[in-house]
Design a binder for this molecule. Structure first.
Ligand code: NAD
Length: 512
């Protein structure tokens, strides 16, 4: 429609888009294949993109490597000032970019705008950070010596991102990377390249106005083969990769083999413990939003509810009632709660998991299914469903990226914590309780083993101020707030002798 056309043109999206960009230069190369991007919202084609070849990738890395020698010499607060302006540009484009996130990826318009807000927030955070890249000073054991540590820029940061947060995750990495003095090469998900192209255009306007050299912000559109090139490339000292655990294991092996650094943000299998001391209204809203928001396609989506036996039946009934009121449909219509899955493969995976769950003994109390007919033409809309299961079922141990919620009953808090921890992943976790002892036990060393542990908040969503990430098969990486910036820099310890002799450490004597 005309609205979509106007928004695409505002954001620099053409009918056929280039495979790579190093800044003002955009290009493709002989041998690029074309990928057609359609919206899961209505099945309509949005645009074509050229997929980068190895030659496109090499050109990009070369430019990025060159740009680094200039960019690292610009004082960090000056780099922060440029990131401040990116925040302003994002504010100006918030509605358009939020719309495109929603239309290309399928999340609700509110969540699309929320994702752009998260980008704005990380810009603000990064501006402050640009004056706070602090190292420690130490007292030397030797007289007239000074010791301190400093953080230097690392180089090229390769960013591999997933489809479900098509722009925010890149901004978490890029804004911090830039204030730290790094240059960034972004390989977005092949399912959501258009929002990435839009971001590159927005950043480029700011970079041009500030005479930032070509190569500080680079984009390579491609599938996993480009990600593999990056992971194996010694010119890229840090790979920040967000996606499935399968991808993370491949990236970690490739980066590890060359002793590079990787920051991995992988799958979750998040649970909420609902205690007999819970505020059930908080529990219900938190659980339902956590399970069906973004159609169950958040890394922090609530996949398991671990419910105390004394309230189990009553809470189950509340869930069934709430699910019967969910409105599934076009996510651009703010009246709807649940939008589509990303594509038909995701629908297949959802159906397979339901079948597997039934075969393993799961009992569905809210049935799933694929929707068809008016408004559901894309074939990507599915019914959020709920099954009663046991934690050890193979399917429950696995992250299915769809709105399937598993219910598990518990009798003691220790048992609940064991169930919560009893999966291979370790991203987000929560307890709903008004009982101080329970809450503190859940947060203690023998409590949740996840990177994120909440009390009286669901598992889904996070603020940029904290370090984000998880343990075990979630990959161990942390990005966004707190001191996550340190991974984007190399640390150097400096010892300076201003005496007239050369005393050695540990009192060692060596005389010539
Ligand atoms: P995916 O693993 O299929 O793809 C993610 C990215 O990795 C894509 O850009 C893809 O091209 C690339 N890729 C795939 N295989 C690769 C390889 N062998 N080498 C290099 N690159 C490769 O994931 P997806 O379907 O796009 O996203 C969903 C997954 O992402 C879920 O598991 C979700 O939990 C996870 N996720 C995690 C976080 C987090 O912060 N922990 C955030 C968002 C999504």
């Amino acid at each position: 429609d005309n609205k979509t056309k106007t928004i695409l043109s505002n954001l620099g999206i053409n009918a056929i888009n280039d495979a790579f960009s190093t800044g003002s230069t955009w290009g493709s190369a002989p041998g690029c294949t074309v990928s057609t991007i359609s919206s899961p919202v209505d099945g309509q084609k949005i645009a074509d993109v050229n997929m980068a070849t190895t030659a496109c990738y090499d050109k990009t890395i070369l430019k990025a490597t060159e740009a680094f020698t200039t960019w690292r010499g610009i004082p960090a607060p000056k780099r922060g000032e440029i990131v401040r302006q990116i925040g302003l540009a994002l504010r100006a484009h918030k509605d358009d970019l939020g719309y495109l996130v929603s239309y290309e990826m399928g999340k609700s318009l509110q969540e699309g705008r929320g994702e752009v807000q998260e980008m704005i927030d990380i810009c603000d955070f990064a501006v402050g950070l640009s004056r706070q890249l602090y190292g420690l000073t130490m007292h030397s054991e030797r007289p007239q010596h000074r010791m301190y540590e400093q953080y230097h820029p690392l180089g090229v940061v390769g960013i591999i991102s997933a489809f479900n947060f098509p722009v925010a995750v890149w901004s978490w990495n890029a804004m911090l990377g830039w204030v730290c003095g790094d240059v960034c090469v972004w390989k977005p998900s092949e399912k959501t390249p258009l929002t990435a192209i839009a971001c590159q255009h927005i950043v480029q306007t700011v970079f041009e106005a500030n005479s930032v050299p070509e190569g500080v912000s680079c984009l390579v559109i491609g599938d996993r083969s480009i990600g593999e090139l990056m992971a194996n490339d010694t010119r890229v000292p840090l790979i920040s990769a967000t996606g499935s655990t399968r991808m993370g294991k491949a990236v970690a092996a490739a980066v590890g083999a060359r002793l590079g650094k990787s920051l991995l943000e992988l799958g979750g299998n998040n649970a909420v413990i609902i205690s007999e001391h819970a505020d059930l209204n908080i529990a219900l809203t938190g659980a339902v939003f956590g399970a069906v928001g973004t159609a169950g396609q958040r890394c922090t989506t609530t996949r398991r509810l671990i419910i105390h036996e004394s309230i189990y039946d009553a809470f189950r009934q509340k869930l069934v009632n709430a699910y019967s009121q969910l409105r599934i449909g076009n996510p651009l219509n703010e009246h709807n709660h649940v939008g589509p899955l990303i594509d038909h493969d995701a629908v297949e995976a959802y159906l397979k998991s339901i079948t597997a769950c039934k075969a393993q003994g799961g009992k569905f109390i809210v049935e799933g299914g694929v929707l068809s007919g008016d408004g559901y033409e894309s074939g990507c809309y599915v019914r959020p469903c709920i099954a009663e299961v046991e934690n050890h079922y193979g399917i429950v141990q696995h992250e299915t990226f769809a709105p399937i919620l598993y219910l598990i009953k518990y009798s003691t808090l220790n048992q609940a914590i064991q169930l919560q921890n009893g999966v291979p992943q370790g991203l987000s976790s929560a307890i709903i309780t008004n009982h101080l002892r329970e809450a503190e036990a859940f947060l203690s060393a023998s409590g949740s083993d996840c990177g994120i542990a909440n009390v009286n908040i669901g598992t889904s969503g996070a603020e940029i101020g904290g370090a984000f990430g998880g343990e075990k098969e979630t990959g161990g990486g942390r990005e966004s707030g707190s001191d996550a910036w340190k991974v984007y820099m190399r640390r150097q310890t400096n010892t300076i002798n201003y005496s007239t002799s050369l005393p050695l450490a540990q009192g060692i004597k060596f005389e010539l």
